[in-house]
Each structure stands twice: as structure tokens, then as C-alpha cells.
Write a protein that binds this ligand. Structure first.
Ligand code: SAM
Ligand code: CA
Length: 278
């Protein structure tokens, strides 16, 4: 069983200097660990696959967070981030810079009705919920409710829990239910997909019916820890290897889909925005 549909086997984790989490690679070496001083440590982090940020260095990423993200991060999001950092699967959370990006995107679009597939403890959910108007709604789907419940007090603290309609279960079945109702066709302004990568192409055909023309679908983790350009013999975490080809196939299909315009953005682990045009 793949825990939460994300990893073939749960990687053991350790915190890095910037509060991100590294994971043990298949070869047993901890990502980002080195005994030969800080400089070499920094360099080695970026030579091994699996580092969360795709920026040139941890220092640059830290600069970005401390300059532009943390000072503006709402208290509820900070609290949720701190809680999630203690979770054994904290590597799954949306990074704060990406949360800020999603928030701005939702506001620029004047989005009101949205869907999120893959909630975990809710960092991207809360980022989006805070950005929606008072009468905005998010249908939030996850196969497992327990992590959503952990983060729920922060949705309440932020006063946005009334915007969330949480649906527990496999997202494909929930999407199929939505698609069966004609009223949902073209109803949604924004759909964020951050769950089991092997199903992204199945989600694509369904969410294309649900998003309005001019609306946006965001596929998360589309640079997949940099593994999309790795050769098969490079060391990488087991779950990274497991999903690598699914992500590559998705990227190929999205690039060739004439029904959408796309932008493949290298924030965090990569997000591909797709604007439905027909
Ligand atoms: N967006 C989240 C955040 O900001 O913390 C992170 C989501 S995490 C990367 C992926 C989530 O997808 C997990 O909570 C997992 O339970 C959920 N998931 C995996 N397979 C799923 C499926 N088939 N249907 C619905 N949810 C699924
Ligand atoms: Ca993600």
C-alpha cells in the first residue's frame, strides 16, 4: 500500500536548516546530510534528487521566504505550517511561497467556486480559502480525513471553515459524481490538483468538464523533485522513482492538449497552470 497514495514506501524524514524536510534516499544516504562543512553540505543538497526547492541554493530560498513570504503569512497559516512540520509526512505539505502564489492567483482571477484534490493538513486549502470571497466555496477531496481534521482548527481560527465542503474518498469517484450533474459543467473557476500523480491524467478528463472556459486547473509537483530529467540509475527516493514516469507523461499530454493554454512554472516543485480555452 502506498501511504496516502503518495509514496510507495514511507521515506524516513529529517528536518533541514530551512525547515523543509529531507528524506532518506534509496541508497540509504540522507538527502542534504554531509560531514564536511556547511558549504559542501549546501552543494550536495542540490546535487541529489529529492531536494524540495528547485532554486540554486538553500540560502536563496531562505532569502525568498524571509523577505517576501513569512512577513506576510497570516497567523493561521503560520500555525498550520508549524503543526504540519511535526507530522511524519510533512514533506507532502505545500510550501509557503507556493501558498502565497495560489492565494494571489485566486484573487487575480476573482475565483469563487473551486475544487482541491489532495488536502493533507490543509496548507494550500487554507491559502485558497483565505483568498476567496465570503461566499466562495471549495469542494475539497481527500481519500483520508484524519489529516484534514488535524488542520481544521486553523480553518476555524481563520473564519473560513464555512467555505469548505470536504468530501472523503477516492477523488475519481467524487469527480464522477460531480460530472454526472450537468449543473457542475463549466461551473468551477479554479481547480488545484495535488494528490496521487498516477491519476492526474484520469483527473484531467473530468476536471476539463468541470472548469469553466477561461478557468484554471493547476497540476502540482510537475517538476517532480527534478526527477523528470534524471536517468534511471541516479539515486532518488523510492516514491520519486515510482511516480516519475506518470509525471513525465502528464507533462507531455498537457503540452499537446489543444483545449488548454499552459504555463509550467518552476515555483516549489513545479506547478502547471492550464487555462481552458474551448
Ligand atoms: N495540498 C496539500 C497541502 O497543501 O498540504 C498536500 C496534499 S498531499 C501532497 C496529497 C494528498 O492526496 C494526501 O493527503 C493524500 O491522502 C491524498 N490522496 C492520495 N490519493 C488520493 C486519491 N486517490 N483521492 C483523493 N485523495 C488522495
Ligand atoms: Ca504538492
Amino acid at each position: 500500500m502506498i501511504p496516502n497514495g503518495q509514496a510507495k514506501s514511507k521515506p524516513s524524514t529529517h528536518a533541514t536548516a530551512n525547515g523543509n524536510v529531507g528524506a532518506v534516499l534509496e541508497n540509504g544516504h540522507a538527502n542534504g546530510s554531509s560531514s564536511n562543512g556547511k558549504a559542501k553540505d549546501e552543494a550536495s543538497k542540490h546535487q541529489t534528487l529529492g531536494h524540495k526547492s528547485l532554486l540554486k541554493s538553500d540560502a536563496l530560498y531562505q532569502y525568498l521566504l524571509e523577505t517576501s513570504v513569512y512577513p506576510r503569512e497570516p497567523a493561521s497559516l503560520r500555525g498550520l505550517r508549524e503543526l504540519t512540520a511535526k507530522h511524519p509526512w510533512n514533506i507532502m505539505t505545500t510550501s509557503p511561497d507556493e501558498g502565497q502564489f495560489l492565494s494571489l492567483l485566486v484573487k487575480i482571477m476573482n475565483a469563487k467556486n473551486t475544487i482541491e484534490i489532495g488536502v493533507f493538513t490543509g496548507y494550500s486549502l487554507l491559502s485558497t480559502a483565505l483568498a476567496l470571497p465570503e461566499d466562495g466555496k471549495i469542494i475539497a477531496m481527500d481519500i483520508d480525513r484524519s489529516n484534514y481534521d488535524l488542520g481544521f482548527p486553523f480553518l476555524q481560527e481563520a473564519g473560513v471553515d464555512h467555505k469548505i465542503d470536504f468530501r472523503e474518498g477516492p477523488a475519481l469517484a467524487t469527480l464522477d459524481e460531480l460530472v454526472q450533474n450537468d449543473k457542475n459543467h463549466g461551473f468551477f473557476d479554479f481547480i488545484f490538483i495535488d494528490a496521487d500523480k498516477n491519476n492526474y491524467l484520469n483527473y484531467h478528463e473530468r476536471v476539463m468538464q468541470l472548469v469553466k472556459i477561461g478557468g484554471i486547473i493547476g497540476y502540482d509537483n510537475t517538476l517532480w523533485n527534478g526527477a523528470v530529467v534524471a536517468s534511471d540509475d541516479e539515486p532518488m527516493r523510492k516514491y520519486v522513482r515510482f511516480y516519475k514516469d506518470f509525471v513525465k507523461e502528464l507533462n507531455k499530454v498537457l503540452a499537446a492538449d489543444p483545449r488548454i493554454e499552459i504555463s509550467h512554472i518552476s515555483i516549489s516543485d513545479g506547478i502547471t497552470l492550464c487555462r481552458r480555452i474551448v
